[in-house]
Write a protein that binds this ligand. Structure first.
Ligand code: PMP
Length: 428
């Protein structure tokens, strides 16, 4: 579909780009400094979790189910913390290790485990010539960074409206033994907001990997992060695996980073009992145990899944108007021009935006000149290499509504100008 600028005659296009340039210049003159780059909760959201800090005092009992949270021990995490995270993920608490404050850290550690020790006795990846990971794209840049850091070859797989392109995933996973993993954010995916369909989840659970040490890195980072009463439903992949008795296929991750305090919450990994035993071979070497005081604070505050869901409903009150403003501003500014498409997620932290081919780097650079920092163009693709140079990740959570509105005005104006410029350059 040609953009509206491509269909204009030369004179009309010249007039229009001049007008669009004037719009951008006027915005630049406002001297804005706005940041829409990273998916951080706003201070108003984080403040909602301050009462978590009040649940422990020097007088509090620090014992949880007979475990002393104030001393070494319980390397799999406090019993009630395992129960809480198991309830959140709807898995068996015995299949959950709660450790540390960062799920990304657990993912890094598991890739490290595969490299140094090997998955379930398989050859350590450090001894293999090539190791590949599939990277649904657009996707989460920090996932791709972990495997890139270890020297893994990151292979992009296109995202669709129902999840990754499963025909391609099946072909690559089932025929190539050097494919050892796939990064997935199955609910409210970062950045598209897509929740994987039941069929996608079933196809993941049905994979017959060529490599015995292949695992799905199922990062359920946005499991309780719906914006509306009607939450997206994600099929529980471990339930599907249980039907077929093939549960040694998935490592599932989650954390409270976007439930309570980013970087200071609790994180977990869920896996089959045999995979957990394997994980312990490394995790019990790297630490005696992890921070159980933070775990205790969380379980004293959240009595169970319902309490977490109620808390997230308060978060959604703050976040929902921002997502709705994104949808409204983009629709008002760009609908009908055929210059961009974008997602309208019902949860998570991001909106995925696509401008014309060859536009994203220019739009992001132009926005920066006008005073708006966006996530770097290309960040949503492995190696920062977006083959169409079209995708931009919008992170609406941190700015205030007013700042967000201004930032979106800038994004709209820059997208139109870049689309106009590209149309003009194509004729020159
Ligand atoms: N996974 C995804 C998909 C994320 O978007 C984020 C945060 N942006 C993380 C993991 C990081 O989580 P944590 O703080 O638990 O490391």
């Amino acid at each position: 579909m040609p953009t509206c600028y491509e269909t204009m005659d030369d004179a009309a296009l010249a007039r229009e780009t001049e007008r669009l340039q004037a719009d951008v210049d006027a915005l630049a003159a406002q001297g804005l400094t706005l940041d829409m780059a990273r998916g951080k909760p706003s201070p108003a959201q984080v403040d909602l979790s301050r009462p978590v800090l009040d649940v422990l005092t020097s007088e509090s009992s620090l014992t949880d189910d007979g475990v002393d949270a104030a001393n070494y021990g319980a390397p799999d995490g406090l019993p009630s913390a395992r129960r809480l995270m198991a309830e959140v993920l709807e898995v068996d608490p015995a299949h959950v290790i709660v450790a540390g404050s960062s799920s990304l850290n657990l993912m890094y550690d598991l890739v490290g485990h595969a490299f140094t020790r090997g998955v379930r006795g398989a050859t350590p990846w450090s001894e293999l010539g090539e190791v590949k990971f599939l990277c649904p794209a657009p996707g989460y840049d920090r996932h791709f960074a972990v495997t890139e850091h270890f020297g893994v070859t990151n292979v992009p797989v296109p995202m669709t409206e129902t999840g990754p392109d499963m025909d391609l995933v099946e072909r690559l996973v089932e025929t190539d033994p050097t494919v050892k993993g796939i990064w997935c954010v199955p609910k409210y995916q970062n950045p598209t907001g897509v929740t994987f369909s039941d069929e996608t989840v079933r196809r993941f659970a049905g994979l017959r990997p060529a490599a015995e040490d292949f695992r799905i890195y199922w990062d359920n980072a946005y499991v309780v992060h719906g914006l509306y009463d009607q939450d997206d439903e994600l099929l529980n992949i471990f339930d599907v695996l249980a039907e077929t008795g093939r549960e040694d296929l998935v490592y599932e991750f989650a954390s409270t980073s976007k439930v309570t305090f980013p970087g200071s919450g609790i994180a977990c990994v869920a896996a089959s009992p045999k995979d957990l035993d394997d994980i312990r071979l490394s995790s019990n070497i790297q630490r005696v145990c992890s921070d159980k005081i933070t775990q205790l604070m969380h379980v004293r505050y959240f009595s169970g899944r319902e309490a977490v869901v109620d808390h997230m409903a308060l978060m959604a009150e703050v976040l929902r108007p921002k997502f709705e403003l994104v949808e409204q501003k983009l629709t008002d500014g760009l609908a009908g021009l055929d210059v961009a498409t974008w997602t309208n997620p019902r949860g998570g932290y991001f909106v995925s935006f696509d401008g014309p081919d060859g536009s994203a780097k220019r739009i992001v650079a132009m926005c920066r000149e006008v005073g708006v920092t966006l996530t770097g163009a290309g960040a949503t693709w492995p190696y920062g290499d977006d083959p169409r140079d079209s995708n931009i990740r919008i992170a609406p959570s941190y700015p205030t509504l007013e700042e967000l509105g201004q930032a979106l005005d800038v994004l709209v104006a820059c997208t139109k100008l870049v689309a106009g410029q590209l149309a003009a350059e194509a004729r020159a």
